[in-house]
Design a protein around this ligand. Structure first.
Ligand code: B12
Length: 303
């Protein structure tokens, strides 16, 4: 049996995307370990590999899933050609926030209806703790949003509309978290040119909710400004995010710049391309786990 991390390495599909495919399309149903972690068998890894190949070749994820879950003998070409669910889901508000179903961000994005978007986000945010909502709904839905945009089912405007709504919702939780005025200061932000801030902002919010003194810098911060902020606040730690491959050189530049700050601080890196950045401590993929890891290190004086 394989863990989600191993399946991600074997298929080249990110963990958030694997969870999204499972929840939304039910392509596989992994078993669970005693601790509740997903465990995949060989057959499931094969199905996910095929799904990844189809999606890489431009087949919308929903159509790829229909093909892979079709019973033997069914007309696969016809199934792949069926209209995408988003067209139906977005015909009425009630489907995007259907009782019992998962609040559907793509349908809300498609609608360009602010009230619908808000009710979808609001419903999701009331289902569980912020940490659980981020892991189980927000980040997987972002992957689906990315796929809908990539395959042309939603426009840039529709994608930006939904991302902006999520930023506002996460900001409210960030602002409501306790403001720690004592303790080690942690800078959190993105390198120059990088604007994918939703996941790292969720991370900053989880860390703040644990009681850490977070200074959230935001997106697109040049290396010298990171250095200046670290110096000014005498930061104990800095966390850089890297979501896309082309952000790696800028993230590396921040890590290099922070390596010589005095007093020294520990530099951490999170995000799907983190292993390409050297000289920084790696945070796990899960933003809630990453926040706990850093919070514990700070408390133990190990960061
Ligand atoms: C929302 C979004 C945007 C929004 C961001 C809004 C915002 N305020 O954050 C906007 C509109 C700005 C945007 C712009 C662009 N985007 Co964009 N975007 C996305 C989308 C849909 C979600 C991004 C996201 O938040 N991902 C985070 C989560 C969902 O995924 P993840 O990276 O696997 O991260 C996991 C972990 O690593 C962890 N994590 C992530 N960061 C961190 C940080 C820390 C500290 C920790 C602990 C953990 C952690 O969280 C996830 C949980 O498992 C993705 C699709 C996708 N699949 O991600 C595309 C995507 C990232 N974008 C992409 C592109 C190409 C662009 C643009 C270049 C498009 C354009 N032509 O303008 C620009 C570039 C902007 C820039 N300069 O950075 C590509 C990147 C491809 C690549 N080469 O890697 C993607 C993958 C879409 C695609 N499939 O092609 N985008």
């Amino acid at each position: 049996m394989y863990t989600i991390r191993q399946v991600s390495a074997l298929t080249g599909v990110g963990e958030a995307r694997l969870r999204a495919w499972e929840r939304r399309y039910r392509v596989v149903e992994p078993a669970r370990s005693a601790g509740g972690y997903r465990l995949y068998d060989e057959d499931q890894v094969t199905v996910l590999r095929e799904m990844a190949t189809l999606v890489t070749n431009g087949v919308p994820a929903s159509a790829a899933a229909r093909v892979l879950t079709a019973s033997p003998g069914s007309d696969v070409a016809e199934m792949a050609a069926q209209p995408d669910p988003v067209a139906h889901e977005s015909t009425g508000n009630e489907t995007a926030v259907a009782a019992g179903g998962e609040p559907d961000l793509v349908a809300a994005a498609y609608s360009l209806d602010p009230q619908l978007l808000w009710s979808v986000i609001d419903q999701a945010f009331h289902q569980a703790s912020f940490e659980q909502v981020v892991e189980q709904w927000l980040l997987p839905q972002l992957v689906l949003l990315g796929e809908a945009w990539e395959t042309g089912r939603i426009s840039v405007a529709q994608e930006h509309f939904a991302s902006a709504g999520l930023m506002r919702a996460v900001s409210a939780v960030y602002d409501a978290a306790p403001r720690s005025s004592s303790g080690a200061v942690v800078l959190v932000g993105l390198p120059r040119g990088a604007r994918h801030e939703l996941a790292i902002f969720c991370f900053a919010t989880c860390l703040r909710r644990l009681g850490s003194a977070v200074v959230y810098l935001g997106a697109d911060i040049p290396e010298d400004a990171w250095r200046d902020a670290a110096h000014r606040r005498r930061a104990r730690a800095a966390v850089i995010g890297v979501t896309a491959d082309y952000e790696v050189p800028q993230a590396q530049a921040v890590a290099d710049q922070l390596a010589s700050v005095s007093p020294p601080l520990s530099v951490w890196i999170g995000g799907s391309h983190r292993t390409a950045v050297h000289g920084a401590r790696q945070l796990p993929d899960s933003v809630a786990t990453a926040a706990r890891t850093l919070h514990r290190s700070l408390a133990a004086g190990d960061a």
